[in-house]
Design a protein around this ligand. Structure first.
Ligand code: GCU
Length: 679
C-alpha cells in the first residue's frame, strides 16, 4: 500500500531490468570520509535509496574501487586535486558537484562540496537522478543555490491548530516536547533537505508571545537539534509586544532602552540554547498585530531594533510587508508599497523585507507586487503561499509552481527590459547581500502530509524554486511525477498536462480575467462575491470587483486609484491601457463595460461566462484523464485523487453557477446559448 507518507522520496524498485542491472553495476558501493551527523544522514539516505530503488545494500568501502561513489569534502586527500580550487570557491557553503571521475585510475562517481551539508544535498540530487532514471554515463553536475534563505513558514499555533491549514493539525507536538521527539520530525527534515529548504519558521505569524518563554524555547531547541544535521535552521515568529506580555514592561517602543535590553537578553537566552538559531519573522501593524507604529515609530525602527539584538549571533529578521488598513475609500492594493518604499535604505543589513507575491493576498492570480524592484537598497524576499487558502484548500488539484513561475518571470523593468522578479530577489540589482524565498506551508499531521496527494508537489516546487528561481515548472513537474508515482511515459505525459494546466483551470472557475477576493467570507472557501470578504465592516460587497450596471472591475489606472503608477513606466503603461493590459489581469486594473469587445471578438460578459464554463469543463477533463491511469499506480492514491477530483468538480460547478448568476444581476445579459446545458 502507498499512503503517500514517503512523498517524493518514494524509493520503489526500478522495474526495467536493463536499467536496474546497469545502475547496480555502475554503483556497487560507496567510500566516505568523515563521520559527522550530516554525513551519517547522507549515508543513511544512500542506503535507504539503494535498498529501495536497486534492491541492494551498497558496500561500504575502505578504499576507492571501480564503480564506487565517493563522498568527500574539499580538503580530503583522496581527492588529489580532482576539482579546481576556483570551482570549490563558486560552490559556497551549500553547493555541490557530482562528477564521473577517475581517482587512482578507478572510475567512480564523486560527490563533493565545501561542507557536509553540500554533500548531503549532492546525495539527494544523485538519488533523484536514479529515481528519475536520468543518470548519464558522464556526470558533470554543479548545483549552487541562488537564494540564501529557503524557508517554510508554518502558520502553526501553540494549541496544535494551523491557521489556513488543511492537512490536519500541527506536526509539532508541543505537549510532548522536549522529552519525546517524534520520529516524523526526521522525515520532515529529510524531505526539506532533499529540495534544499534550509529554514523553518515553526509558528504562526499571528504569534503567541508564549513561544519565547523558557519552556517553549526548550522545546524549540529539541526540534533544532533534530533538524540540524539536515541543514535546516529554526526560526520563530515573534510578537512585537513580547516585552510587555512576557517581560512585564510598560511599553514595547523599539527605541526604549528597557525594551532594547529585553530583546538583547532574550536573544542571548535563545542562542545559548540554539547556537545556530536563524532569527525572527515578524508580522507587525497588520491585521491587528502590534508593531512599532503603535509607538509612533516606523517599520524600520522596529525591524532594526530586533536586528540589532540578533546581529551578534548572525541572526536575521524577516519583516513582513503585508500591511493594509480598512479605509473604504482607499485602494488596498496601494498600501504595502506606500508604507515600505519610503523606508528603502533604512533597514539594517540583517533585515529582509518579506513581500507576498502580489499586492493583495495570495489570490489565484495577481500581478506581481510593485515592491519588487522598488527598494534597491533593501534585501527583499519572496513570500508565496503553498497552503491553498484561496485555491480550494487541499481538495482541489492545483499545481502552484506555474503561479510561482509566472510571478518570478514577470518583468519589473527596474533596470530596463529583462529585470525579472527572479533577478530582483536573487539580489542582482541591489547592494544588499541577503536573499530568500518563503512558502507558507501546507503541511499538517495527516498521514500524507499535505492532504491532497498532488499538494505535495507544491511543497516540492517551492523548494526547487527557492534553490533556483529560474527553474521551469515543466521540469519540476516531470521530476516530481517520476519520483512520486512512475517513470512510465504513458503516465507522465497526461499527468504533467493536468498539473501544468490546473492553476489556469482554477482561475477560470474562480477568478477569471483579473477578478480577485470574491471568496466566501472569512473561510475563503467557495464563492462569495456578494459578501464583504475581507472582514472590513465598512467595505461594500462590491469593494473588490466593483460590478455595476455598466461593467465590472477595479479602475486602478492613472484616472482611477492610480495603482499602475507603482510600477516602472513600461509596466505602468502596459497595465494602464485597456488595449495593452493583459486580458488575464484586465479587471484588476480596469473597470470594463459588459459590452467591451475582447480580443476573441466576444463581449466581456460572454467571455467571462466562457471562462467559468471552461473551468468546469477542464476539471471534467482532468477527471477523464485520471480515470484512464488506474493501471499505473496503487489503488490507494488512485482512488484518493479520483474522489478529490469529484469534489473539485462539484465545487467548480458551484463557483461557476454562483458567480455567473450573481454577476448577471448586474450585467442583465443572457448566458451565451452554446454554454447553457442541462446539468
Ligand atoms: C491572510 C490570511 C490570514 C493571515 C494573513 C497573513 O489574510 O487570511 O489568515 O494571517 O494572510 O498573511 O498574515
Amino acid at each position: 500500500a502507498n499512503d503517500g507518507y514517503d512523498l517524493w522520496l518514494n524509493y520503489i524498485k526500478i522495474e526495467n531490468k536493463t536499467l536496474l542491472d546497469k545502475y547496480n553495476k555502475a554503483f556497487n558501493g560507496y567510500y566516505i570520509t568523515g563521520n559527522s551527523e550530516t554525513l551519517k544522514a547522507a549515508e543513511n539516505e544512500l542506503k535507504r535509496a539503494f535498498s529501495g530503488l536497486l534492491g541492494t545494500k551498497p558496500k561500504v568501502l575502505n578504499s576507492i574501487t571501480n564503480n564506487c561513489i565517493v563522498l568527500a569534502t574539499k580538503n580530503e586527500s583522496v581527492l588529489n586535486g580532482q576539482i579546481y580550487a576556483k570551482d570549490y570557491e563558486a560552490l559556497g557553503k551549500e553547493g555541490f558537484i557530482i562528477r564521473s571521475v577517475k581517482i587512482n585510475s578507478k572510475t567512480c562517481t564523486l560527490i563533493t562540496a565545501n561542507t557536509d551539508i553540500g554533500i548531503l544535498y549532492g546525495v539527494f540530487h544523485f538519488i533523484k537522478l536514479i529515481q528519475t532514471q536520468q543518470i548519464s554515463n558522464k556526470l558533470t553536475i554543479t548545483e549552487i543555490p541562488k537564494l540564501d534563505i529557503r524557508a517554510l513558514n508554518h502558520w502553526d499555533n501553540l494549541d496544535g491548530s494551523i491557521e489556513r491549514g488543511y492537512a490536519g493539525n500541527s506536526l509539532w507536538k508541543w505537549d510532548e516536547l522536549p522529552n519525546t521527539v517524534d520520529k516524523r520530525y526526521i522525515d520532515y527534515a529529510r524531505a526539506n533537505a532533499s529540495v534544499g529548504i534550509n529554514a523553518t519558521v515553526l509558528n504562526n505569524v499571528n504569534s503567541n508571545p508564549k513561544i519565547l518563554t523558557k519552556s517553549y524555547l526548550e522545546k524549540v531547541k529539541a526540534l533544532a537539534d533534530v533538524f540540524r544535521p539536515y541543514g535546516l535552521k529554526v526560526y520563530l515568529s515573534v510578537s512585537f509586544t513580547s516585552p510587555i506580555k512576557l517581560g512585564g514592561l510598560p511599553t514595547a517602543d523599539p527605541l526604549n532602552p528597557q525594551v532594547i535590553d529585553w530583546w538583547e537578553a532574550k536573544a542571548e537566552e535563545i542562542y545559548t540554547l540554539i547556537p545556530d538559531f536563524g532569527g525572527f519573522l515578524v508580522k507587525a501593524n497588520s491585521e491587528g498585530q502590534p508593531g512599532p507604529q503603535d509607538y509612533g515609530r516606523t517599520h524600520a525602527d522596529g525591524a532594526n531594533m530586533l536586528a540589532q539584538a540578533l546581529e551578534l549571533y548572525k541572526g536575521v529578521v524577516m519583516w513582513r510587508a503585508f500591511v493594509y488598513n480598512s479605509d473604504p475609500e482607499e485602494d488596498r492594493v496601494l498600501q504595502a508599497y506606500n508604507s515600505f518604499k519610503p523606508l528603502d535604505g533604512q533597514f539594517k543589513d540583517n533585515v529582509l523585507v518579506q513581500i507576498k507575491n502580489g499586492p493583495i493576498d495570495f489570490q489565484p492570480r495577481e500581478p506581481f507586487s510593485p515592491l519588487f524592484g522598488a527598494m534597491p537598497n533593501t534585501s527583499l524576499m519572496m513570500e508565496f503561499q503553498i497552503t491553498q487558502e484561496y485555491l480550494g484548500f487541499s481538495n482541489h488539484l492545483v499545481f502552484l509552481s506555474t503561479l510561482y513561475e509566472e510571478t518570478l518571470d514577470s518583468d519589473t523593468y527596474a533596470k530596463g527590459k529583462g529585470s525579472t522578479v527572479a533577478n530582483v530577489i536573487e539580489g542582482k540589482y541591489s547592494s544588499n547581500k541577503l536573499t530568500g524565498m518563503a512558502g507558507v506551508s501546507n503541511i499538517g499531521n495527516s498521514r500524507n502530509w499535505c492532504g491532497h496527494p498532488f499538494a505535495q508537489s507544491n511543497w516540492y516546487s517551492l523548494g526547487r524554486l527557492a534553490w533556483n528561481p529560474e527553474t521551469s515548472s515543466e521540469s519540476i513537474a516531470d521530476d516530481w511525477i517520476r519520483m512520486t508515482f512512475s517513470n512510465d511515459k504513458e503516465f507522465i505525459v497526461p499527468v504533467k498536462k493536468m498539473m501544468l494546466e490546473s492553476r489556469e483551470t482554477t482561475v477560470d472557475y474562480m477568478t477569471p480575467l483579473g477578478l480577485n477576493h470574491i471568496m466566501a467570507y472569512d473561510t475563503h472557501r467557495g464563492p462569495g462575491p456578494w459578501v464583504d470578504t475581507a472582514a472590513q465592516p465598512n467595505w461594500k460587497s462590491t469593494y473588490y470587483h466593483r460590478a455595476d450596471s455598466i461593467g465590472i472591475g477595479f479602475d486602478r489606472t492613472t484616472s482611477g486609484s492610480n495603482a499602475v503608477s507603482q510600477y516602472y513606466p513600461a509596466v505602468r503603461d502596459t497595465f494602464n491601457s485597456i488595449e495593452t493590459c493583459p486580458e488575464n489581469l484586465l479587471l484588476w486594473f480596469h473597470h470594463v463595460s459588459w459590452k467591451h469587445k475582447m480580443k476573441s471578438g466576444n463581449t466581456l460578459w460572454d467571455e467571462m461566462c466562457q471562462h467559468y464554463y471552461n473551468g468546469v469543463d477542464k476539471v471534467r477533463k482532468m477527471q477523464s484523464s485520471w480515470n484512464k491511469l488506474k493501471s499505473f499506480i496503487d489503488d490507494e492514491r488512485f482512488n484518493k485523487v479520483k474522489q478529490l477530483l469529484e469534489e473539485q468538480q462539484e465545487e467548480a460547478v458551484i463557483w461557476r453557477n454562483s458567480c455567473v448568476l450573481y454577476f448577471q444581476t448586474f450585467s442583465k445579459m443572457p448566458i451565451p446559448g452554446e454554454l447553457e446545458r442541462p446539468e
